[in-house]
Design a protein around this ligand. Structure first.
Ligand SMILES: O=C(O)CCC(=O)C(=O)O
Ligand SMILES: [Fe+2]
Length: 344
């Protein structure tokens, strides 16, 4: 089926110059220009972008030159950060998803929907057009707003304090990210992508207290906002991001590996407020940030792109479970075999 303007664009993951796997859809939040080219056209395509550094600055727009087929010059290709990245589609997999011949330029909106598709003779015109487009946050003609639930007073102040104390007692460990390698889902450390320390709560009374508060105060709100009734909690996890390490979690989705496919909604309940930065942002839906008050929750679909911005002063504590239902629990059981045993 041919891709038409307005359609969501297919997702793909390809190697880049600096990373073995670049997840294209994590670049949402700015206009994206994607050029599918053969190796012999790659530098000419890159020149179109390099000539416009003020447009391709990773704020207004980012460009991807996708080299389809063999590329003998691959080792010599240079990204220009911000703005320009090469991706290598040796098997023509991504080009195939787009029904793209190797002379195809796409303009994609910040929410990953197609705006225009052109041949390379129109590339300069397309690149010029990007400079004049509305800021990414208001690309639809209105200020973007993420489909998230912000709801206060899930935990009372004393309970927030008790969770922070439990964190300090147990001591946080640097936390990793889930990645898919073939059939296996592995937990890997990636300090450029996520910088945070976590505790999985062991205290039975605290766990009971958590379940009771979520069931009484949060579940009804989720049912009302999303017509979804969670029955399961995953991860009794208290996280700490701090200013010393500039703690952050870069844009990601929570259900992209086999062993995490069952996740439905992510919950961020802030436990304190004496810090700067450390806000949530949903780049597909604008650049405004979301910060639940202490004890309050931000609930969002595990499928939407989200990030936790860097903490620049103090420390941020948050309780960060995922919730799902019985149908999703079946999916979890089917897929739990994919999870690689954690080493050590
Ligand atoms: O810091 C947050 O509130 C969000 C954390 C997050 O996205 C995650 O743990 O997957
Ligand atoms: Fe997340």
């Amino acid at each position: 089926m041919a891709l038409l303007p307005g359609d969501p664009v297919p997702k793909f993951t390809l190697p880049g110059t600096a990373v073995p796997r670049f997840t294209f859809d994590s670049a949402a939040g700015r206009y994206l220009v994607v050029a599918f080219v053969r190796a012999d056209g790659a530098e000419a395509a890159a020149d179109v972008i390099r000539a416009r550094p003020r447009t391709f600055d990773d704020v207004q727009a980012s460009a991807f030159i996708v080299v389809v087929g063999e590329d003998r010059e691959r080792a010599r290709r240079c990204d220009v950060i911000p703005g320009l990245r090469f991706l290598f589609d040796a098997e023509g997999e991504a080009a195939g998803l787009y029904g793209a011949e190797t002379d195809c330029w796409l303009l994609i909106d910040p929410a990953l929907h197609l705006l225009a598709m052109e041949r390379s003779d129109q590339a300069e015109r397309m690149a010029d057009q990007v400079a004049g487009l509305a800021p990414p946050s208001s690309h639809g003609g209105f200020e973007g707003q993420a489909p998230v639930l912000m709801t206060p007073r899930i935990f009372e102040p004393e309970f927030c304090k008790a969770l922070i104390e439990a964190y300090r007692r147990q001591g946080g460990q640097p936390s990793g990210v889930m990645r898919q390698f073939g059939e296996e889902t592995r937990l890997v450390m990636s300090p450029d992508f996520k910088r945070r320390s976590d505790v999985i709560l062991e205290d039975g009374d605290l766990r009971k207290g958590l379940v009771a508060r979520l069931a009484r105060r949060l579940t009804p709100q989720i049912e009302k906002a999303f017509a979804f009734a969670p029955t399961r909690i995953e991860r009794y996890l208290v996280a700490r991001y701090d200013a010393e390490t500039g703690g952050f979690f870069r844009p990601h989705r929570d259900n992209t590996t086999v062993a995490t496919r069952h996740r439905r909604f992510a919950v961020s309940i802030n436990l304190n407020e004496d810090y700067d930065g450390g806000d949530l942002r949903f780049p597909e839906f604008g650049m405004r940030t979301y910060r639940p008050p202490p004890g309050g929750a931000c609930v969002f679909s595990c499928s939407i792109l989200h990030e936790a911005t860097a903490v620049t002063r103090g420390e941020r504590f948050a309780f960060l479970p995922f919730v799902h239902d019985e149908a999703a629990e079946k999916v979890r059981r089917e897929n739990e075999g994919a999870l690689a045993p954690v080493a050590g």
